[in-house]
Design a protein around this ligand. Structure first.
Ligand SMILES: [Ca+2]
Length: 496
């Protein structure tokens, strides 16, 4: 545009104006039709003058056109900004409400996949469900030791329903890990089955507990009844216990007595085998000391004490009578001579019953040792001696004497008494009209009185009275009372 070639008055040559037309601005139509139209319009309307004259007016209208355009653009931008702000606010609200946004991936670990685990050791819960997003586990405690799972079941079912609802509402397309979703469903089914089984078991346990409660009630009532019975019979039980204790003590004493008796019987049985029947058995066992011993004759197993002469003629003599000092009264009755009297170590009479017990089986010999007051001694030995040998009841029969086979130094003063019954002052069994025992102050196997009277009065040697002292007539006559006499027996030794 070259208007500067015009004069200041406004008169511009035609050629420059044509140049203007010949050189249109860029972007204007360049075809021939356009040029012809423009040339004709300028020629017809003489627009050139108008155009020259109104060049200043055209310049003044251009700024308004730009201003409208800019205003339009400004409003457009403002509208866009408002729309953008609304969209951002909406997204922010949705994001804050944790609504999953399809174009916003989670910046906290991707998709929030719930994690379900069973029987976690840390919490002790049977089932634990935790959300990875907030890492806050929701534990369902099912204590296996507690039979009441009702509350846990309710919680479990509520949690299960909530979880299933959440999963249903959740858009499955947004679960990137379909496998985890499927596994979670399977686990839920398994856990649901376990929970169902546990509930059945719990119900069964509750029923069992009910039965147990009933039985416990019955047991308690029974216990109460037993306690009542025990309380009522407490005193009776105490008495019974005391009685039982006494009986037990009595039984213990009886048992002890029986044990002692058994021991004694056993000892007696043992001793019987080795018990001496008389002094010959004792000397045969090796004992050679004179003295008092226990003998147990076959016909008197209870035994009794005797004096044993272990020194005279081989020993083994069982003494049945001794006179030595007159210290013992020999003028006694029947019972005394039947049972014996005196002192075993001194003057004594063994007793007709014991002599019978010793000799009733026969085979005994009798030795009578004598001494006078001048220290002279003599003896008479009879190879056969017994008392009541053939008697069914020896006492009633009077303990008749059997004696035979004299030998010795004192002469025989006894054989005439063989077969005679024993006579005491209170039991006359002699052949005299009188009581020979009473008459001669003694007790003997008197016939029509005697040739020996060894149980007579201890008159100490010669005496004036007749035949009433300790007489052995064949040695010292009828008026000398011996200082010492000793009658002794032992089994006759078998003749070799
Ligand atoms: Ca008579």
């Amino acid at each position: 545009m070259t208007v500067s070639s015009c004069s200041p008055s406004g008169d511009c040559p035609l050629r420059p104006r044509l140049q203007l037309l010949l050189y249109p601005p860029a972007g204007s139509p360049t075809n021939r039709t356009g040029l012809l139209l423009l040339g004709r319009r300028m020629m017809l309307n003489d627009e050139w003058t108008i155009m020259n004259n109104s060049s200043s007016e055209l310049d003044s209208k251009r700024p308004n056109k730009y201003k409208r355009c800019c205003t339009f653009l400004l409003w457009s931008v403002i509208v866009l900004l408002v729309i953008a702000a609304i969209v951002m606010a909406t997204l922010t609200v949705l994001h804050l409400t944790q609504y999953p946004l399809p174009f916003i991936s989670s910046n906290r670990g991707g998709v929030s996949t719930p994690a379900i685990s069973t029987i976690t050791k840390d919490s002790g819960a049977l089932v634990t469900i935790s959300r990875v997003t907030d890492r806050e586990p929701v534990s369902v405690f099912l204590d296996p030791n507690c039979p009441d799972f009702s509350e846990h079941f309710l919680r479990w079912e509520a949690l299960q329903s909530s979880l299933l609802r959440t999963l249903t509402n959740h858009n499955a397309d947004e679960w990137k890990e379909r496998g985890a979703f499927q596994k979670l469903g399977d686990d839920l089914k398994v856990l649901t089955g376990h929970a169902h089984n546990l509930r059945l078991e719990t119900d069964s346990l509750k029923r069992g507990q009910g039965v147990l409660d009933q039985r416990m009630d019955r047991l308690q009532s029974e216990q109460s009844r037993v306690i009542q019975v025990l309380s009522d019979s407490h005193s009776a039980v105490l008495k019974l216990a005391e009685s039982f204790s006494d009986s037990l003590l009595g039984l213990k004493r009886e048992a002890e007595s029986l044990r002692r008796l058994k021991s004694e019987l056993s000892r007696d049985l043992t001793q019987t085998a080795v018990q001496p029947r008389d002094c010959s058995n004792i000397v045969a066992s090796g004992v050679s000391q004179d003295g008092v011993y226990s003998v147990f004759p076959t016909h008197d197993p209870d035994g009794f004490m005797v004096y044993c002469d272990m020194s005279t003629d081989g020993g083994g003599w069982t003494v049945i009578q001794r006179r030595e000092d007159g210290s013992v009264n020999f003028f006694r009755g029947w019972e005394a001579y039947r049972d014996g009297f005196g002192i075993t170590t001194g003057e004594h009479w063994l007793g007709l019953q014991r002599i019978y017990a010793l000799t009733r089986s026969g085979g005994f010999e009798l030795r009578i040792d004598m001494a006078d007051f001048d220290n002279a001694t003599a003896f008479a030995l009879y190879s056969d001696f017994s008392v009541g040998r053939d008697s069914v009841n020896p006492e009633e029969d009077g303990y008749p004497l059997t004696v035979d086979g004299y030998s010795g130094t004192a002469g025989d003063s006894l054989l005439k008494h063989s077969g005679m019954r024993f006579t005491t002052k209170d039991r006359d069994q002699d052949q005299s009209e009188n009581n020979c025992a009473a008459y001669y102050q003694g007790a003997w196997w008197y016939r029509n009185c005697h040739t020996s009277n060894l149980n007579g009065q201890y008159l100490r040697g010669g005496h004036a009275s007749y035949a009433d002292g300790v007489e052995w007539s064949s040695w010292t006559g009828w008026q000398y009372s011996l200082r010492f006499t000793e009658m002794k027996i032992r089994p006759r030794k078998p003749e070799s």
